[in-house]
Design a protein around this ligand. Structure first.
Ligand SMILES: CN(C)C[C@H]1CC[C@H](N2C(=O)N(C)Cc3cnc4ccc(-c5cc(Cl)c(O)c(Cl)c5)nc4c32)CC1
Length: 337
């Protein structure tokens, strides 16, 4: 109810709901100090019950992962009844809707998005995580059509059981259509390899506007996935077909790895710059213009403010810093009242 949103008073104003899921709901909101939109994922502790570990998993991942193609965590607030996860708002909506609207994407446009997904996943894997629930609904777009990866509720933590895991269905409870054969067969699997398979399904969806493996009957769907045979429309170029074949390898040992993917000619053909998969954000580097504006507003020395920002406490100060940095990156003036 309204009373438990007291934790947001004076900090954020809530607007309409963006969507919901088993976890709770995501609402559009305004960060009052900067006037910028944010997305707030509101989780009711009573309603998620034994799914609490999944929330903690996502929180840990979001706190650690900071990358130009991952939805940025700004702040989180925990009250006795709820979690409020304040994140970057992606006004371009879901990649899924974008593909449906355009039916399928020309190779060059598919490449534009797929490169960003590979960058995000190469970064996630470099920190020992695996996403494990890659699908178009978990890829959002900004107004500049930049891709942002979301929903780390099923991700595998570094060194945790998730990286080599023989838990069958429950961890891929999302949508089996994107799940790797070894995952749905409940075998031992490597999260990284399973992510590559899901990216192959995603690339097929971008290029073909359909899924490679589809059947209303779950058993027949599993049969198709574990056979790994799919229809190749003739509008696919040979290089697209070759890449899809390397990604949709049923045997995870024969499947292309993310590192090979980063160098694959299909990804780099029309681009001079090699894929910059590392994060552009450096936790030890605080933007001085932004810190100066904040120091002025809060009435502190610049050095003091830089020190406070570097604590990365994911409080209102962290949220303000990220939002001002975003305004600066967009070339907009960023003045605090
Ligand atoms: C289908 N899912 C299980 C939930 C759905 C909820 C709405 C959300 N959304 C949308 O569906 N728009 C259409 C707008 C939109 C805009 N900005 C967003 C920013 C962040 C997130 C977000 C949501 C969740 Cl559940 C996360 O875990 C993370 Cl890390 C991030 N969702 C956003 C979002 C997409 C996902």
């Amino acid at each position: 109810g309204k009373e438990s949103y007291r934790a947001l008073n004076g900090l954020y104003v809530l607007h309409d709901e963006l969507g919901s899921g088993g976890f709770g709901k995501v609402k559009l909101a305004t960060h009052l100090l900067t006037g910028q939109y944010v997305a707030i994922k509101i989780i009711d502790k009573k309603k998620i019950g034994n799914d609490l570990p999944r929330v903690k998993t996502e929180m840990d991942a979001l706190r650690t992962l900071s990358h130009q193609n991952i939805c940025q965590l700004y702040q989180y607030i925990e009250t006795t009844e709820k979690f409020f996860i304040i994140m970057e708002y992606c006004s371009g909506g879901e990649m899924f809707d974008y593909i449906v609207r355009k039916e399928r994407l020309p190779e060059a446009e598919a490449r534009h998005f797929f490169r960003q997904l590979v960058q995000a996943i190469a970064y996630v894997h470099s920190l020992g995580y695996a996403h494990r629930d890659l699908k178009p609904e978990n890829l959002l777009l900004t107004e500049e059509l930049k891709l942002k990866l979301i929903d780390f509720g099923l991700c595998a933590r570094p060194g945790g059981p998730g990286l080599v895991n023989n838990k069958p269905l429950d961890t891929c409870c999302g949508s089996p259509a994107y799940a790797a054969p070894e995952l749905i067969l409940g075998q031992q699997y490597l999260g990284n390899r399973a992510d590559v398979w899901s990216m192959g399904v995603l690339l097929y969806a971008l290029l073909c506007g359909a899924l490679p493996f589809e059947d209303d009957n779950m058993q027949l769907l599993y049969r198709k996935i574990s056979n790994g045979r799919y229809y190749e429309p003739d509008f696919l170029t040979n290089s697209s077909k070759e890449l899809l074949k390397r990604m949709l390898q049923v045997d995870p040992e024969r499947r292309i790895t993310v590192n090979e993917l980063l160098r694959h000619p299909w990804l780099n053909s029309t681009y001079q710059a090699a894929l910059k998969w590392q994060t552009i954000y450096d936790k030890n580097l605080v933007d001085e213009d932004v810190a100066r504006e904040m120091a002025y507003h809060y009435g502190t020395q610049l050095g003091t403010m830089v020190g406070k920002i570097k604590e990365w406490r994911f409080d209102y100060l962290t949220a303000t810093y990220h939002l001002l940095l975003q305004l600066k990156a967009r070339g907009e003036k960023f003045a605090l009242p």
